[in-house]
Design a protein around this ligand. Structure first.
Ligand SMILES: CC(C)(COP(=O)(O)OP(=O)(O)OC[C@H]1O[C@@H](n2cnc3c(N)ncnc32)[C@H](O)[C@@H]1OP(=O)(O)O)[C@@H](O)C(=O)NCCC(=O)NCCSC(=O)CC(=O)O
Length: 342
């Protein structure tokens, strides 16, 4: 029996044997855990959204699925992470349990329309001995909005194992969630009325992700900083051990949240007039739980030509590198005009 080891590629959390007969479905239903257990008591409201709704596609025909939306950014174009996560779900449906998602590469070629569902057409490119590749087109109004290739690998341990060291940061228990920070700012008696509306709008957004910034921004106090950002992140609600492919799909959803904004941190004098992800690549390194706190380390090594390159590393609390991602986005900005003091 090939026991799984920490540091292996993203796969089932249970031990696997080479003679496992692979199923050809991706079981997205939350674990049948004890509904009374402390874990299962977690935020029940959003469990059904992320696991049994956003990432639970309707099968229309062989290799053809339909996805719906839960949360849409203020830009009113579909959230890139949703399309990536749903595309990976579709790709994984025809891949057996003995294969594990290890990478995906995609391009966002058109804005997603929140008024209509998304169809996912899967092409079974190759089923190799160790690697299996799927190509997915996310389609709306008869046109692709995303093209994605995903690769899955057999469990193949190796003596070659290394990783960077996880940044030393306070644990999530010592930090406030984004919502708690917003409520803290809203409680300040001297907060100008014009800021209250914006903060309340932020508070009203039902993002199925919990975030705890390591270096909380001082809202509306604009200072330039290095293009680096750290925050603890996890999917809202209880997912449980479940199928590692599911956690990879949730991590794909999470990975696109607040990533591109890293490239804007050195330029407080500008605001985004048009910002959108152009591509997104992701590599899964080890088993992890996307419904447990993970440290998201984001940095932007380069920006220019109305584009920004951003990279992210998702760390497990025990310091194991769970996943890495890279993304380029179009960034068209204009100067922030501030009321003159005169
Ligand atoms: C990136 C693209 C717009 C490129 O398409 P095109 O090359 O045809 O479009 P374009 O770049 O010329 O124009 C796009 C918009 O920018 C404007 N525009 C063009 N040139 C400009 C310039 N020099 N200065 C200012 N604005 C300019 C256009 O008027 C248009 O606005 P207008 O459109 O008003 O006419 C498209 O490929 C696309 O939409 N891809 C999908 C991106 C996406 O949805 N990513 C995932 C979600 S984004 C995400 O998740 C982040 C989020 O939203 O939270």
């Amino acid at each position: 029996m090939a026991e799984r080891k920490v540091g292996d590629i993203c796969g089932s959390s249970a031990s696997t044997t080479s003679d496992d007969h692979p199923k050809d479905t991706l079981d997205l239903k939350p674990e049948d855990g004890d509904p009374e257990s402390p874990e299962a008591q977690k935020d029940q409201d959003l469990k059904s959204v992320l696991v049994t709704s956003v990432l639970n596609l309707e099968e229309i025909d062989v290799d053809l699925y339909r996805g719906t939306h839960h949360w849409v950014p203020r830009t009113q174009r579909l959230f890139g992470g949703q399309i990536i996560g749903q595309a990976l779900v579709a790709a994984a449906k025809s891949v057996g349990d003995n294969l594990y998602a290890h990478s995906l590469h995609c391009y966002f070629v058109r804005a997603g329309d929140p008024k209509v569902p998304v169809l996912y057409q899967v092409d079974r490119i190759r089923d190799g001995r160790s690697f299996t590749v799927r190509s997915v087109r996310a389609i709306q109004h008869g046109q692709p909005i995303l093209i994605c290739q995903a690769s899955f690998q057999m469990l193949q341990p190796s003596p070659l194992q290394h990783q960077f060291t996880m940044p030393a940061v306070p644990p999530p228990e010592d930090l406030l969630t984004a919502e708690e920070l917003i409520r803290l700012y809203l409680s300040k008696p001297d907060l100008a009325e014009k800021y209250k509306l914006g903060l309340n709008k932020l508070l009203a957004i039902e993002v199925p992700i919990e975030i705890k910034p390591v270096n909380p921004p001082v809202f509306y106090k604009v200072t330039a900083s290095e293009p680096k950002n750290l925050f603890w992140v996890r999917a809202r609600g209880y997912i449980g051990e479940g199928n590692m492919k599911l956690h990879c799909c949730v991590a794909a959803y999470v990975s696109d949240f607040a990533l591109l904004g890293t490239a804007l941190l050195p330029y407080p004098g500008y605001r985004a007039q048009f910002a959108a992800s152009l591509d997104h690549a992701m590599w899964f390194h080890s088993t992890f739980r996307s419904d447990e706190w993970m440290l998201y380390e984001c940095e932007s090594p380069w920006a220019g030509g109305s584009r920004g390159l951003v990279q992210g590393r998702l760390w497990r609390r025990d310091g194991v590198l769970a996943a890495s991602c890279s993304q380029e986005g179009v960034l068209r900005v204009k100067p922030v005009t501030r009321p003159s003091k005169l």
